[in-house]
Design a protein. Structure first.
Length: 298
């Protein structure tokens, strides 16, 4: 599998994903499914590399988009190659000091030989002052105008890998916006009533503009680098269990009881949520206390 992601300056990313599917069973397959933990996907294109592609069905659910490919009979030991391309704004979030690409890749089957590549916008560099790459990448290079970071890995069924790239924002403009105020006047000795209407509307407009700037600034300050990350169903259920507990603190055993998830699944999901910055875990003897440290509406 190859994931090539190009990041644009308009806060949008283009995904080009190549898949090579091998039928390891004993019966033919006539449908292949691939899902992305994204709900805002645009300009989807599917290209078949081997064998005819009869139909493509795209289904958007509450937490993911499923792309179903009706293919010719995929016989045992036969390989079927296809490419999926699309644009999405969901993998890029902005803070007051840097931009961040953020995507979690989950393996519903064993995934071998994964290449995950992220290309920054032209003339953008990694952000200083924070950990810019997670996990440590395998390779980085440039095409002459953009930096490219690449990971080579494999994933076991049921496991996830989180990819984070933090990079510089565009240089903000230092020029202040110019406000033009229409002037209504008259040569009569008494003031024109329109003049007072204009003053009122101008004051209202300036007030609304200041209110907007204030709340926009507050939003930038409170939106964190993980606020736009899409959570999977297990992460949502576990966050809901923590959020509904007293003082937003709960033990891992209580989470297992609340969600009916296995000990391994709870542990893996909590590790991912901790990396995303939603929770922190503390050991208290043989018990682990989980605390919600970032508010999110789940």
């Amino acid at each position: 599998m190859r994931f090539n992601i190009i990041l644009y300056d308009n806060d949008t990313a283009h995904f080009s994903c190549f898949f090579s599917a091998n039928n390891t069973g004993t019966t033919p397959i006539d449908e292949l499914n691939v899902s992305f933990s994204l709900t805002n996907i645009m300009n989807i294109q599917v290209y078949n590399e081997t064998g005819p592609l009869y139909r493509t069905i795209i289904e958007t659910l509450s937490t993911k988009t499923i792309i179903r490919l009706n293919v010719s009979e995929l016989k045992p030991t036969f390989l079927y190659n296809f490419t999926v391309g699309f644009d999405t704004p969901q993998v890029i979030s902005l803070t007051s000091s840097f931009a961040q690409f953020y995507y979690a890749l989950r393996a519903d089957v064993n995934m071998d030989n994964i290449t995950f590549q992220v290309k920054l916008p032209p003339e953008r560099f990694l952000c200083s002052g924070v950990d810019p790459l997670y996990p440590p990448n395998s390779l980085n290079f440039t095409d002459g105008s953009s930096l490219i970071f690449q990971w080579n890995l494999g994933l076991t069924e049921g496991y996830s890998e989180l990819f984070v790239v933090r990079y510089q924002l565009l240089t903000p403009t230092t020029e202040s916006p110019i406000l033009y105020l229409p002037i209504f006047y008259t040569t009569a000795s008494s003031p024109n009533p329109l003049f007072f209407v204009a003053i009122f509307l101008a004051g209202l407009g300036v007030g609304m503009f200041v209110f907007y700037l204030y709340h926009r600034t507050r939003l930038v300050e409170t939106v964190t680098d993980t606020s736009l990350t899409l959570l999977n169903e297990a992460e949502i259920e576990i966050l809901r269990a923590i959020a509904s507990s007293e003082n937003k603190r709960i033990t891992q055993k209580e989470i297992q009881k609340e969600t009916n998830y296995s000990k391994a699944k709870v542990s893996i999901t909590l590790s991912i949520l901790e990396k995303k910055g939603f929770i922190k875990r503390e050991s208290r003897g043989r018990t682990k206390i989980v605390t919600l440290i970032k508010y999110i509406r789940v």
